[in-house]
Write a protein that binds this ligand. Sequence first.
Ligand code: PMP
Length: 396
Amino acid sequence: MLTTRQLFLNHVAQTSDAPLLLEIERAQGVFMYTPDGRRYLDLIAGVSVSNVGHCHPRVVEAVQRQAERYAHLMVYGELVQSPQVALAQRLVGLLPKHLDSVYFVSSGSEAIEGAVKLAKRHTHRPNVVACRNAYHGSTQGSLSLLGGEEQRRAYRPLLPGVSHIDYNNADQLDRIDRQTACVVMEALQGEAGVIAPAPGYLQAVRQRCNQVGALLIFDEVQTGLGRTGRMFAFEHHSVVPDILVLAKALGGGLPLGAFVAPRELMWALTNNPALGHITTFGGHPISCAAGLAALDVLHDENLLQGVDRKAQIFINALAGHPAVKQIRHQGLLMAVELGSFDRLLRFIHHGVERGGYMSDWFLFCDTAFRISPPLSITEQECQQAAELIINGLEQS
Ligand code: PMP
């Protein structure tokens, strides 16, 4: 008889020839458990999804309660569904005043698509500017924005009118011009390997957008909802976007994305033609209920306040280690630079085989590993994780 692992390889479509291949039976808090009882400390949190930890009882309860009331009823936008309304109201309460309308979708890629479409509709302009080494999704439109030629090349022709600039290079901002509908950018680059904006850079981008009338879209799919120690990464800088893109942690572990914009902008999607963006599952009521419960947990357990202290535990433990070349981070989105892919691969594999931790590298940085655990990780668990990492570095 074939094992579940063999069946996975045979029948579940693969994204690479080297999946981690761990079979997980259940997950709780910061740990994942295999059917044979091995325990793994989760240093990835599903790539910044599980900010409140796996199976938080309040999220589980919210899911159960909503599943008993209703799941899918009708395509997005027609019926008044209280979980959507409650989550939208909560989100706009956390955001600058002008960001008062939430368009719910199902994923980060879809949210990017919607945001860029909205910018085109609003400005009547053809072009989009994005950054090199940025990931914005895998659909044709979001892939066109992706900042790596290797990933884009195979799928040409892509969206016309997209150009790429180097993050943190203020000299290239003149490529944002009066033909630019929008600039899509991260307030902290995730898949580039955790690259922070240089002082003044985001302000300069904002200024240039204002000057030429282009909209500024911040992709906070990875950084939003507390990951960097603030609710949104843009709060670290006094720069606000015209459109904010969220996903990942937004659904508390269930699929959910959103783009948030001023109501008068969002109105463009309702007319001429109507149904300017439509989605069947966008804002799924169970995802919204889970997302609202996750926001309650972030708030009630003061998870944002602990983020910097927890990050510091990792830094204190790892900074002097001879294998560690550099640690880049903002809050609990951390990249630990090892300087070579071979070295990194040994460390990652060791975690899966014997080390008891699960980490990963970054799409555009394969020499650093990721520390982005659930924000609910305790300080003691941070210490424990740091010890697993040090053992991993020494034994791999
Ligand atoms: N933007 C960023 C910054 C992301 O990290 C990702 C996913 N890694 C996406 C967009 C796309 O999100 P999704 O996979 O939900 O489509």
